[in-house]
Design a binder for this molecule. Structure first.
Ligand SMILES: CC(C)(COP(=O)(O)OP(=O)(O)OC[C@H]1O[C@@H](n2cnc3c(N)ncnc32)[C@H](O)[C@@H]1OP(=O)(O)O)[C@@H](O)C(=O)NCCC(=O)NCCSC(=O)Cc1ccccc1
Length: 229
């Protein structure tokens, strides 16, 4: 993946959450390699530790090793590096095996790519403010081969909702994100954010993605950290 204008926030800073699709695809593959031929997998948890923002124009590469696999699913751990081998993020993935291989996989459907469009990150995601919440409008390119919202897309969605709704204090960066995928997400997704801590040097917030039926599809804990004194 090559970061570009689409991966920047309004103030020009790199949006760490855009690593979500790359990480989810690569770490899921490490577990999918061990699936029963009649099964597929869905992501249940992703945990990111973000290090330095990448240098623009440099390609980012994700690698993954499987941690454990059993009949129900498995976990993998991975790292995203820049062209000089510098660590950009570490990621842990957990997924569940589900019955049936999606037809889109058999037909070699391409996973959504956050590189598919020019423009800003806000335009790419199509995240809109609605009062004290944000809305992610349903779009076909945001879904995975199973027809549900791609887990990786919810990473920048929840991060940017937290940023837009003011949960990340000035001068702080997104240091980590842990996301639980509780139910398949589809339709317009409403994102609510709650500040948990707002200190001088670090802050935390939770972000929840709600489906049109009001049920929670995903829950994330975000940590922001000051890079100054
Ligand atoms: C199924 C499970 C993983 C585990 O369930 P558990 O927690 O053990 O408990 P439980 O069985 O009680 O179910 C809980 C609730 O879930 C509902 N439900 C269950 N099954 C289905 C179903 N088939 N369809 C519809 N809904 C289903 C179920 O009715 C219940 O809801 P309710 O309380 O009645 O309203 C669930 O947490 C889940 O679907 N999470 C979202 C995962 C997700 O969307 N990940 C991201 C996308 S993957 C990706 O993009 C990565 C990738 C990319 C490329 C390649 C590969 C991968």
């Amino acid at each position: 993946m090559a970061p570009g204008p689409w991966s920047r926030e309004q103030d020009g800073r790199f949006a760490a959450g855009v690593l979500g699709v790359l990480a989810d695809n690569v770490l899921a593959q490490a577990v999918l390699a061990h699936r029963h031929p009649d099964m597929w997998a869905v992501t249940t948890e992703l945990a990111f530790d973000f290090f330095a923002p990448p240098v623009e124009g440099q390609k980012l590469t994700a690698s993954a090793t499987v941690l454990v696999v059993d009949a129900g699913g498995g976990g993998s751990r991975g790292r995203i590096i820049d062209e000089s081998g510098g660590a950009v993020a570490d990621v842990t993935f957990w997924g569940r095996f589900v019955e049936g291989v999606p037809q889109a996989v058999v037909d070699q459907h391409r996973a959504p790519s956050l590189e598919v469009r020019p423009g800003s990150l806000a335009e790419l995601l199509g995240l809109e403010r609605d009062g004290d919440q944000m809305v992610l409008r349903e779009r076909s390119e945001l879904v995975n081969p199973l027809g549900m919202m791609h887990g990786g897309v919810l990473v920048p969605t929840l991060e940017q909702a937290a940023v837009e709704l003011g949960a990340r204090p000035e001068g702080m960066v997104t240091a980590s994100m842990r996301i639980n995928y509780l139910r398949p997400a589809s339709g317009d997704i409403l994102v609510a954010v709650r500040q948990i801590h707002r200190g001088r040097t670090f802050a935390s917030a939770e972000a929840t993605a709600l489906r049109p039926d009001g049920k929670m599809a995903a829950w994330a804990l975000l940590t922001f950290r000051s890079t100054g004194r």
